[in-house]
Design a protein around this ligand. Structure first.
Ligand code: IMP
Ligand code: MG
Length: 179
């Protein structure tokens, strides 16, 4: 275990197992629907998305989007597109992949944005859900694991861009971010 990690919440094996289940669930869910474009939100979704799509048995396409959140003077967070999608998503089903849903501000905005671009349906799949922190009313349609209100690292999740490559999901030691 990494020295900055307080505790492992989900091991690599547990994550792999959950990704198989979720992939199979996606296969069944989209079986009789238009095959979705799987859209990952950079950078946190990358490890989860790589693991997940191996188990979706449909002719999906993948794409990525990068947004940066900033808070203006209003209380509602706003997002800026840093990297846009490569293709048009008009009349397409979108499966949006996230690493974690925390306050829900990012997802609420991105979901709205995808509908503005003409998507016919947007479903959200997230590796982790921190429901205790929700501000915006946006729920993931599919959740890997629920996590407590702690700072989470690993399997895509970072603190100052570090720890994304950890093969497990864990809690960051408080002394690392409280100085
Ligand atoms: P939201 O807009 O508050 O839901 O923020 C979601 C984004 O914040 C996620 O995509 C993560 O990038 C980041 N985030 C939220 N909680 C954590 C955490 O515990 N560890 C690392 N990143 C987090
Ligand atoms: Mg993120």
């Amino acid at each position: 275990m990494h020295q900055d990690c307080e505790k492992i919440l989900f091991s690599h094996e547990e994550i792999e197992k959950r990704c198989i289940e979720l992939g199979e669930e996606m296969t069944t869910f989209y079986q009789d629907k238009k095959v979705p474009i799987v859209v990952g939100l950079l950078k946190g979704s990358v490890p989860f998305m790589s693991e997940l799509i191996k188990h979706i048995d449909l002719d999906i396409e993948i794409d990525f989007m990068d947004v940066s959140s900033y808070e203006g003077t209003e209380s509602v967070g706003d997002v800026r597109i840093v990297k846009d999608l490569d293709r048009s998503i008009r009349d397409q089903n979108i499966l949006l992949v996230e690493d974690i849903v925390d306050t829900g501000k990012t997802l609420a905005k991105v979901k709205e944005l995808l509908y503005q671009k003409g998507a016919s349906d947007v479903k959200i799949i997230t590796l982790l859900d921190k429901p205790s922190r929700r501000v915006q009313h946006v729920e993931a349609d599919f959740v890997g694991f629920k996590v407590p209100d702690c700072f989470i690292i690993g399997f895509g999740l970072d603190y100052n861009q570090k720890y994304r490559n950890l093969p497990y999901v864990g809690i960051l030691k408080k002394e690392i971010y409280i100085k």
